[in-house]
Every structure is written in structure tokens, then in C-alpha cells.
Design a binder for this molecule. Structure first.
Ligand SMILES: [Zn+2]
Length: 242
């Protein structure tokens, strides 16, 4: 999911503010993680269930989450599904209301009949938004990265987001259903927006790299190996700077 262009610019300004609550920059992947752009055929691939969860020794899913946040945050996005960066595993990351939700093998077990309307956007269809309706409430079963199971009752934008991301896990992008008029509109938006966003992303990535270099400076205190101490309940608190 993506935010409107106006929101993105506001987010970018906030992100460069030293005082802003944020995941410590040095934790977020600073490598270029390419995002599959619609209508790339790979976005139609169905993702597989995750069977190997993280342990004290293995941090593979944690690293995947960091790579995904490295895509979401500089772009001012709301959420991302692993297949959007070419990892065809059932994992989604959503950043909403100052919290980051990490859901492994998410599954909607109940949906409301009433709808919620939102200007739907997607980091794989950058710059394009279209009004869409999805069920206003849904109940989601999921695991955290350590394999502990949870059930979340989501409403409004959070429910909308999780449905959009689970669609990606099933090889579905909201733009797939567009008629010819909107398809060509989406493609034009992608082309112009990509250039603009890439410029902004480069600026932010440079900032992240500088932060990372500072963190690795031997004069600075060494950081704990455990990257997200709160990740095991499936919800990360972005305000936690420890
Ligand atoms: Zn999307």
C-alpha cells in the first residue's frame, strides 16, 4: 500500500527530522532493494507458507522485515508484501499509527459485510491511486517471526491494508482489474512518479548510510544484536528507540 503523493512529501520531511520517532536508521537495510513494478508477471506468483521461523541463532525473517522497512519507509508507504521484493513467502509488514505490524502466514478468517472506502495505492504501482471498497472489518490469524500465533481484529484502514497485502501473497495486485483507460493512466503515473520518488529515495538512503556509518564507528557504543526486541508479539513500537 502507498500513501498519497502529498502525504509522501510530508513523511519525507518528518523522516529527516532528528527528533522524529523512528526505527533507528542503522537497523534498516540500506541496500537497494528493488520493488517489482506492476504489471511485472512475477507479481502474479503465489507465495508459499513460511515453515522455518526465526530462532536465537537464525534471523532470516527479521532481516527480511528490515529489508522491507527499507523499502516502505523512504517511500512513505504503509505496507508491503514480501513478493513485491521478489521473496515469494507469506510475510507482510504494515506501518500504521506509529506501529509496525509483522504478519507471517496471515489468513483472514472473518470479514464484515459493511465496506470501507479508501484511495487505494500500491508501492508496485507508484503514483497511481483509485477509490476502492473493501470490507470494513476483518479478523486475521497470523504468526510472528518466531512462530507464535496471534489473532487480530482490524478495522478501517488497517483492515483495508491487510486485505490488499494478502492479495499480493495470492498473486493479486489491485491494478490487475483496471479497465483499459485506468491501465494506461496507471502506467503513465508510474513513469513520471518513479523518477521523482527515486530522487527522494536516494536522498533518504544517503542519510541512512551516514547513520549506519556513524553506528559502526568504533568510537560509538556497540549495539545489541537483537534488532527488534518487541518483534515477538508481532507488533513493533516505532517509538521504542532502545
Ligand atoms: Zn500493493
Amino acid at each position: 500500500m502507498a500513501t498519497q503523493k502529498e502525504d509522501l512529501i510530508v513523511d519525507l520531511i518528518i523522516d529527516t527530522n532528528e527528533e522524529a520517532s523512528f526505527i533507528p536508521h542503522e537497523d534498516i537495510s540500506t541496500q537497494r532493494v528493488p520493488v517489482l513494478i506492476w504489471p511485472n508477471e512475477k507479481l502474479k506468483q503465489k507465495s508459499v507458507l513460511i515453515e522455518d521461523f526465526d530462532t536465537n541463532e537464525s534471523h532470516e525473517l527479521n532481516q527480511l522485515v528490515l529489508n522491507m522497512l527499507g523499502v516502505i519507509l523512504p517511500r512513505g508507504g504503509l505496507a508491503l508484501a514480501a513478493p513485491q521484493i521478489g521473496i515469494f513467502k507469506r510475510l507482510i509488514v504494515m506501518t500504521l499509527g506509529g506501529r509496525t505490524y509483522v504478519m507471517v502466514n496471515p489468513e483472514i478468517i472473518e470479514s464484515s459485510t459493511e465496506d470501507f472506502q479508501w484511495e487505494e495505492g500500491c508501492l508496485s504501482v507508484p503514483g497511481f491511486f483509485k477509490k476502492n471498497k473493501r470490507p470494513n472489518k476483518c479478523t486475521v490469524k497470523y504468526f510472528d517471526i518466531y512462530g507464535k500465533n496471534f489473532t487480530a481484529k482490524l478495522e478501517g484502514l488497517a483492515a483495508f491494508c491487510v486485505q490488499h497485502e494478502i492479495d499480493h501473497l495470492n498473486g493479486v495486485c489491485f491494478a490487475d482489474d483496471l479497465n483499459l483507460y485506468y491501465r494506461s493512466k496507471a502506467k503513465k503515473k508510474i513513469n513520471t512518479y518513479k523518477k521523482e520518488v527515486e530522487k527522494q529515495v536516494q536522498i533518504l538512503e544517503k542519510l541512512y548510510r551516514e547513520k549506519e556509518q556513524n553506528a559502526h564507528n568504533p568510537l560509538n557504543k556497540p549495539r545489541s544484536r537483537k534488532i527488534f526486541p518487541d518483534a515477538k508479539d508481532g507488533v513493533l513500537n516505532l517509538n521504542n528507540k532502545s
